[in-house]
Design a binder for this molecule. Structure first.
Ligand SMILES: [Zn+2]
Length: 372
């Protein structure tokens, strides 16, 4: 057993609630007096009225800038340079995962605090100290670990509830995998994103994440369809955003995320969201690790209840060649991939077989459901 240092990291402050955007000025004031707000058209519009009033009340100078749409090195450099030129001492993202990642990296370049206001709850970008960098043509470039987590993450659930329901459900798919992957990492004594081992707090967050999704996920989806912010909706937004975000980076990822990446060799899957591919990856993960039948069944039932994919057809891959599926599995099992965070050796063949089994089981359960 290796008793190396345990590391846990988190954002400086996390604020969540209906109408929270109206309080943003008070939370930004300790960080600086001038803020550059970056987002796409939808992201900026969603937060504009609330933040404008709140910044003015706190005498915070604010400037808006449009995000060019891609988290590329060039865009990160551009935003960092603009923040300097405009003499802003805080950088803020208002929108989805891509602009959030670009702003976090740009803030690091010029050593100013990053403020994150997500307008969807589909991903782990808001709270993490990690940026996924893409090439200007949209293809994946690399993961860029950051020195710090954002200084402030502010989530207004009145804004999140207006985002497409599919984004909330995808976020649940990503969050559903968090505890299982952290558990695998803990068993194998793997290192987390910060090069340390897992703390008890990370495991507790990951567990709460799973329990919240299972308990409140279905009702939260209904609330989102009706655009109402209920207690269940708040619980799921918290799970998708901070519990999953901290659980994955201070815990670790394993087969579910390795497969989500591996599946990117299949063109048909590109129109599906990260959390949707992670959800199917989790089913494979559970089969590979031979979890008790009842646990596997519970996760399938949950996915079916909220509309997360349980078969290859659900991911548009029903008629994908065996060859391509093999490639996806082999890619996920390459040396250095997170599938090796499992507490036993993992091979491409093992993943391939589990993909086919997960798919067949999904088809069977779907048929059973239709009958009853
Ligand atoms: Zn993820």
């Amino acid at each position: 057993m290796d008793f190396t240092t345990q590391i846990f990291c988190a954002p400086g402050r996390y604020v969540q609630g209906a109408g929270a955007i109206h309080e943003i000025g008070a939370h930004v004031a300790p960080l600086g007096g001038s803020i550059l707000v970056v987002g796409g058209r939808t992201g900026l519009t969603a937060t504009r009225a609330g933040r404008r009033k709140s910044f003015e009340a706190q005498h915070i100078r604010y400037i808006e800038e449009s995000f060019n749409g891609e988290t590329s090195d060039a865009e990160i450099e551009r935003l960092a340079a603009l923040c300097k030129q405009t003499c802003c001492d805080v950088l803020m993202a208002s929108g989805g995962g891509k602009v959030i990642d670009a702003v976090k990296a740009a803030a690091e370049e010029i050593d100013v605090p990053a403020v994150v206001v997500p307008t969807v709850a589909s991903n782990d970008a808001p709270c993490s100290a990690l940026t996924v960098v893409y090439n200007p043509d949209g293809t994946f470039s690399r993961l860029r670990p950051l020195k710090k987590n954002p200084a402030l993450v502010l989530v207004d659930t009145d804004i999140i509830v207006k985002a497409p329901v599919r984004t909330l459900v995808a976020g649940m798919g990503d969050a559903l995998a968090t505890w299982f992957e952290a558990d695998a990492c803990q068993q194998s004594n793997a290192r987390n994103n910060f090069g340390g081992h897992i703390t008890g707090i990370a495991m507790a967050l990951a567990r709460l994440c799973l329990d919240s999704i299972i308990e409140y996920g279905f009702n939260a989806k209904i609330a989102c369809e009706k655009q109402t912010v209920t207690r269940e909706f708040e619980k799921v937004v918290e799970a998708n955003t901070i519990l999953s975000g901290l659980g994955f980076e201070s815990g670790g990822v394993a087969v579910a995320h390795a497969l989500s990446e591996g599946f990117s060799v299949i063109p048909e899957i590109h129109r599906y969201l990260h959390g949707e591919t992670v959800a199917f990856g989790l089913l494979v993960h559970l089969l590979v690790e031979n979890r008790p039948k009842a646990v596997i069944r519970e996760i399938y039932e949950f996915c079916l209840s909220v509309g997360l994919p349980v078969t290859l057809s659900d991911l548009g891959c029903g008629s994908v060649s065996r060859d391509l599926l093999h490639r996806a599995a082999d890619d996920a099992a390459e040396p250095g991939k997170p599938s090796h965070n499992m507490p036993f050796p993992v091979t491409g063949k093992m993943l391939y077989d589990a993909i086919l089994t997960a798919d067949a089981l999904g088809e069977r359960l779907k048929a059973e459901r239709q009958k009853s």
